[in-house]
Design a binder for this molecule. Structure first.
Ligand SMILES: [Zn+2]
Length: 118
């Protein structure tokens, strides 16, 4: 398992301050992500929003609760582009300004009828 040493190569990598195993946290977060990718592999934006939701289900809403939770979210942000609910809403608002729906698709490609409600 070389997960952590790989991260230390990046200067913006999260630093784990707790006493438990950072590898265990990385494995848990990685599992959450791969489950979501497995289910929603076609839609990048859907993967992101579901992954963020699964993170909050697993670790709660308070990213700074304790060193474990802090590290889990820092790791998720660094490795899997985790964003908070508020940040996601901002991203989606910006996307919709650019003609992109919450599936990360435009009116030509979204099969969910996002653009049929007018
Ligand atoms: Zn859509």
């Amino acid at each position: 398992m070389t997960l952590l040493s790989e991260f230390e190569l990046h200067e913006d990598a999260p630093v784990y301050q707790g006493t438990a195993s950072p590898e265990a946290i990385e494995i848990t977060v990685g599992k959450l992500y791969s489950e979501v990718v497995h289910r929603y592999s076609t839609y990048e934006a859907v993967v992101r929003s579901h992954f963020c939701q699964r993170m909050r289900e697993a670790y709660g809403d308070d990213e700074n609760l304790d060193p474990e939770v802090q590290y889990a979210f820092a790791f998720a942000r660094h490795t899997y582009d985790y964003v908070s609910e508020e940040e996601l809403l901002e991203i989606e608002a910006e996307d919709s300004n650019n003609g992109i729906c919450s599936h990360g698709l435009n009116w030509l490609t979204c099969p969910c009828g996002c653009f049929e409600v007018d």
